[in-house]
Each structure stands twice: as C-alpha cells, then as structure tokens.
Design a binder for this molecule. Structure first.
Ligand code: FES
Ligand code: FES
Length: 78
C-alpha cells in the first residue's frame, strides 16, 4: 500500500455545512483537505462523508489519522 503524502502537520479547521464532502486520503489534492481527483492512478480513493452538523470541522491534514477524515491528534507524533 502506498503511503499518503502529508500536506500539513495540523488539521484544516473549516466551517462545515450540511452537505456531502469528499476528503482527500492521498494527500495529493491541490484543494486540501478535499479531493480534486489527483488520486487517479494511486491506491487511494476519497472518504465520502455526509455531514449533518453545522460548525467547525477539524479535517485531518497530515493523513495519518486513525479516525479519517477527522483529526485525532496523530499529527503530534509526526
Ligand atoms: Fe492528521 Fe491531526 S492533522 S491527525
Ligand atoms: Fe486525494 Fe482524491 S485527490 S483522494
């Protein structure tokens, strides 16, 4: 299994809306933390979440979380 690229060693904290999001799992997207299709040709595919809550969401930016697509603090150990 390929290793994901780490775009940044901290979460992307963004205001969430009630809608579907595609979180980039490969780290290659130019539109972090979301998928822009750059995973094509890799072993990765985006994590799709149907977000129901409004308010800030801490999306994992390091791609090492064990609770994708959300930050679980794993970036502290990188
Ligand atoms: Fe990846 Fe926090 S940014 S675990
Ligand atoms: Fe990374 Fe799609 S660009 S999963």
């Amino acid at each position: 299994m390929e290793k994901a690229i780490c775009p940044q060693k901290c979460p992307y904290v963004l205001m969430g809306e009630k809608k579907k999001y595609a979180w980039c799992a490969c780290g290659k997207s130019g539109k972090q933390p979301f998928c822009d299709g750059s995973h094509k040709g890799t072993d990765f595919s985006p994590i799709i979440v149907n977000n129901e809550r409004e308010g800030n969401i801490a999306w994992c930016g390091c791609k090492a979380t064990a609770n994708s697509p959300y930050c679980d603090g794993s970036h502290s150990y990188l």
